[in-house]
Ligand binder design. Structure first.
Ligand SMILES: Cc1cc2nc3c(=O)[nH]c(=O)nc-3n(C[C@H](O)[C@H](O)[C@H](O)COP(=O)(O)OP(=O)(O)OC[C@H]3O[C@@H](n4cnc5c(N)ncnc54)[C@H](O)[C@@H]3O)c2cc1C
Length: 495
């Protein structure tokens, strides 16, 4: 029984951050056990036959610029444990009502060439960021710190802290480039006139050129399984179907790392945390929710703009004004009939996802936190708007409103997929000013509710585990090879 054993560290929750925390501990030679509530590992990085037999759907996340670009994941031998990335020919497509689309190619030159009057502005915005990506990634995917290249970082920061709408309107003259930037920035799940919403558009846009927006061959689960197998190869133990209701249920350990959001941490840690700290956790603001649908299709999506078939990810929302209106209304608690929809069509590039000739489609839109409204028709109408005939090829659908997302993964509070709203106050100091540390001795939080926030990159888990080891084991063991970029880039934040 795990409970009767003693470990150097235990981890609650097996999402990418919980797995990254456990791997960080195990890599330094310490014993670690991970307890996961679900019967499968991975949190938001899992796959299942949600619709029909032999159709593989990613139950939450699907596209991984931040994972392939993660300084921590990149340093792991995950390919030896079954991970294979697939890059679609283009990173992203953004169709318009006239039957055309803007396509983000890996090449900035090729992308900008289709932006007419905005070609030069696009290159000016994204070329420096893409060129500096190797270096900027370790600065961005980290807690706030003094950067290695302050001038570069300041230049980025001045743009990133702006509202996305203002940046799009000041940089671009044409509606196509503006709309493209709005779609990128809308991943923030914030109104696009909020400060710092531009940062999401800049980072995601630059990553599309620098590292691509890949999917995982065979489904997202293969990324989680690769992390899991690597952890086990280091001696880490994993226990599934183990919902931790209180930290007292856990085996003895010097360190407890919680891949949980503040509300859950407050509940499982109970009186181990001071009343003041629990109040601060309870003040943490969760963000908009998601309403997700997975479809089994008899054919590929019949896009009006044929170029959409070259990209795994397609942004369906029309113009900057339309995307802004959808995000603003949703943030204010209203539901829009024309939501911004993020769609992914993995089976076009990965034939393992569906039977021959058939296809899968994944899409979600943002909804008010905890919304009970059925968005099926609104989402399908947005797909139909850019792909007439779409409804005719649907063989089956699986619908996941916020309540179902929370059932799949307790961290998705009210359907919030980012572990808390990335409003300015919570962008750097999340969930509190003490970041990973809690007042309970040895207890740390390591989920996406800590810096650097949402997305599949594992950096929250890595930094939390590093801090925990430093404070509890008095151990600043250097991981991996001393010459690695991870060390060069990330280690200096630790010191
Ligand atoms: C619909 C959707 C689409 C997304 N799309 C993308 C995408 O394409 N690309 C991207 O980069 N990001 C995407 N994200 C966001 C990304 O998946 C998350 O930010 C990321 O998974 C957070 O990792 P985490 O380890 O902090 O938490 P999670 O992945 O949420 O994992 C938390 C784990 O803790 C477990 N747990 C919770 N409570 C307990 C308990 N009491 N005891 C034991 N275990 C517990 C849960 O079961 C879960 O396994 C998406 C998320 C969703 C929901």
């Amino acid at each position: 029984m795990a409970e009767s054993k003693k470990y150097d560290a235990v981890v609650v929750g097996g999402g990418p951050n919980g797995l990254a925390a456990a791997i960080t501990i195990a890599q330094s030679g310490h014993s670690v056990a991970l307890f996961e509530a679900n019967e499968t590992i991975g949190g938001c990085v899992r796959s299942a036959a949600l619709t029909l037999p032999h159709f593989v759907h990613d139950i939450c996340s699907s596209v991984y610029p931040l994972a392939i670009g993660s300084p921590f994941f990149r340093a792991l031998p995950l390919e030896n444990f079954g991970l294979q990335w697939i890059q679609s020919p283009a990173s992203l497509a953004h169709p318009f009502d006239d039957g055309s689309a803007v396509v983000v190619e890996r090449s900035i030159e090729a992308t900008s060439a289709a932006l007419a009057d905005d070609a030069a502005a696009y290159r000016r915005l994204f070329e420096p960021l893409t060129r500096q990506w190797n270096g900027l990634d370790v600065e961005l995917l980290a807690p706030l710190h003094w950067p290695r290249h302050p001038l570069n970082f300041m230049r980025f920061g001045l743009k990133a802290l702006q509202p996305a709408r203002r940046l799009a309107e000041s940089c671009f003259r044409g509606s196509r480039a503006r709309a493209l930037f709005a779609g990128l920035a809308a991943h923030a799940m914030l109104p696009l006139d909020f400060l710092a919403s531009a940062g999401f558009g800049l980072v995601l846009g630059a990553s599309a050129h620098a590292v691509g927006w890949p999917i995982v061959r065979g489904g997202a689960q293969n990324l989680a399984d690769a992390l899991c197998r690597y952890l086990q190869s280091l001696g880490g133990e994993i226990f599934l179907n183990r919902t931790v209701r209180t930290l007292d249920d856990l085996p003895a350990a010097l360190i407890v790392l919680c891949d949980l959001t503040p509300q859950q941490l407050s509940s499982v840690a109970g009186t181990r945390l001071s009343g003041k700290f629990r109040r601060r956790l309870n003040q943490f603001r969760y963000g908009m929710g998601a309403f997700k649908i997975d479809w089994a299709l008899s054919k590929p999506v019949p896009w009006k703009a044929a170029a959409c078939a070259r990209a795994a990810t397609v942004h369906l929302g029309g113009t900057l004004e339309q995307i802004c209106a959808s995000e603003r209304a949703t943030w204010r608690g209203f539901q829009t009939s024309a939501p911004f929809v993020l769609a992914v069509q993995p089976s076009l590039f990965d034939r393992t996802r569906a039977p021959a000739g058939n296809h899968t489609l994944w899409a979600y839109c943002h909804v008010p936190n905890g919304s009970e409204l059925n968005m099926t028709d609104a989402i399908e109408s947005q797909v139909e708007r850019f792909a007439p005939g779409f409804r005719k090829i649907i063989m089956a659908r699986n619908v996941a409103p916020p309540r179902e997302l929370t059932r799949r993964n307790a961290n998705l509070i009210g359907g919030d997929i980012n572990g808390g709203a990335p409003i300015l106050k919570q962008l750097f100091l999340r969930p509190t000013a003490s970041l990973y540390k809690t007042p309970a001795k040895g207890v740390y939080i390591c989920s996406s509710s800590t810096p650097p926030g949402g997305g599949v990159h594992g950096m929250c888990g890595y930094f939390a585990a590093r801090q925990a080891m430093r404070e509890c084991f008095n151990d600043n063991t250097l991981l991996d090879s001393r010459s690695s970029r991870l060390e060069a880039g990330v280690e200096h934040h630790d010191s």
